[in-house]
Design a binder for this molecule. Structure first.
Ligand code: HEC
Ligand code: HEC
Length: 344
């Protein structure tokens, strides 16, 4: 309740602006929980999104000042029209033209994540930014120095004042602002969403509906719920040797976690190629070929990908693959991909 009052007060402060601007600001901060999604994991009440916090978080997300030589921003690897993933880059492309070993993930519906990164190494959205900032292959900056740069800037102190009532720039406020921006990145307006919520614009073709049925039989056990992930860590047979990237094992050190990666959401999948933790596949066709006939054996391969006769993978005919891809393309949310509130 206190948060609601705070939000209303903030809206009242902005109330002086003309009606259109006022509406823009209001929609910019609304974190809408879609009817077909489960309750969020992130505690929004502990860091309520305000127009000023959102504006600050967005500014920071797009500002290369957070990197050692002010050359690279979060948005360089997380591009709005690609659901904040990095098109045409198998693995991340960071400072000094260096490449990391993993594909840049989409940043969407983050308040439903139970963990972050392909190996789940970060437990809370608020802690995420410290990783890319410190990563020597990504932004290679000491967060304390990044904050010093913000303190010396001509506008950040006043943006922090507007967002938090004080010009004092602390790590906690910095991280809260970044989370406020990322919390608003909710994608739930694809044609599929309109279909499930029985809204206008929710027409699905016979082929897409057949694809949905096949998806339920063959894919949904891992890509579960309308978030299209059960948030678990699994080995889907991308490699047989995981010494280059051990996945979840790098966090848990458990031998049974070698080669397991977090099941990714499939929302906006049409826009987030290349695919998998190592960006191995550039098309959905090649992803389905992988599941049908490319799954590799290893000690931790998911049992769901071992058929009763001992063959590996998920049997699919050419026609079934086409239908599943037709369905996957209904998960594209143009409203989100083109949302100018989130773009630079
Ligand atoms: C050089 C490219 C690069 C930069 C710059 C970068 N990221 Fe990322 N981002 C990645 C990669 C790669 C991953 C996956 C990391 C992993 O699994 O180890 C990732 C993962 C994430 C995730 C996790 C998504 C999920 O579903 O778990 C979030 C959130 C995120 N980045 C936000 C940010 C923010 C905020 C910044 C700026 C402070 C930033 N990134 C800067 C490449 C980058
Ligand atoms: C046993 C669990 C499981 C099943 C069943 C499964 N997947 Fe996956 N899927 C995963 C995991 C785990 C990953 C990430 C693996 C990695 O990057 O190493 C993944 C990745 C993907 C990706 C890449 C997403 C991205 O953002 O990079 C697509 C697309 C995909 N799966 C589609 C499907 C489809 C379609 C089916 C059904 C034919 C399916 N999956 C069945 C576990 C599963």
């Amino acid at each position: 309740m206190k948060n609601l009052i705070l939000l209303l007060l903030l809206l009242a402060v902005v109330g002086g602006a003309c009606q259109k601007e006022k509406d823009d600001v209001k929609t910019a901060i609304a974190v809408v929980i879609p009817d077909n999604f489960p309750p969020p994991i992130y505690e929004l009440s502990a860091n309520p999104v305000t127009p000023e916090g959102f504006a600050l978080g967005k500014k920071l997300f797009y500002d290369p000042i957070l990197s050692r030589d002010s050359s690279i921003s979060c948005a360089d690897c997380h591009i709005s029209y690609a659901a904040f993933s990095h098109p045409d880059h198998s693995t991340s492309h960071g400072i000094d033209n260096q490449f990391g070993k993993r594909n840049a993930q989409a940043v969407q519906n983050m308040i439903w994540n139970t963990t972050f990164f392909w190996d789940g190494g970060v437990p809370n959205l608020d802690l995420v930014p410290l990783n890319p900032i410190q990563n020597p292959l990504e932004m290679d900056e000491n967060p304390a120095i990044a904050l010093q740069k913000l303190r010396r800037s001509s506008f950040y102190p006043s943006m922090f004042y507007n967002a938090f009532g004080t010009e004092e720039i602390t790590t906690a406020r910095f991280l809260q602002a970044m989370s406020q921006f990322m919390a608003t990145l909710v994608s739930a307006n694809s044609r599929y969403d309109h279909f499930v919520r029985k809204e206008s614009g929710g027409m699905m073709s016979t082929e897409e509906l057949a694809g949905l049925e096949l998806f339920k039989q063959k894919c949904q056990s891992c890509h579960a719920t309308d978030l299209f992930t059960d948030n678990s860590f699994r080995n889907n047979g991308i490699n047989s040797d995981f010494s280059f990237d051990k996945g979840r094992n790098e966090v848990s050190t458990l031998p049974e976690d070698i080669g397991k990666f977090r099941v990714p959401s499939l929302r906006n999948i049409e826009a987030t190629a290349p695919y998998m933790h190592n960006g191995k596949f550039s098309t959905l066709e090649s992803v389905l070929d992988h599941y049908a006939s490319g799954v590799k054996q290893s000690a931790t391969l998911d049992p769901l990908l071992i058929q009763p006769d001992g063959n590996l993978g998920i049997p699919m005919t050419a026609d079934e693959k086409i239908k599943i891809i037709a369905f996957l393309n209904t998960l594209t949310d143009e409203d989100f991909l083109r949302d100018t509130r989130f773009a630079e």
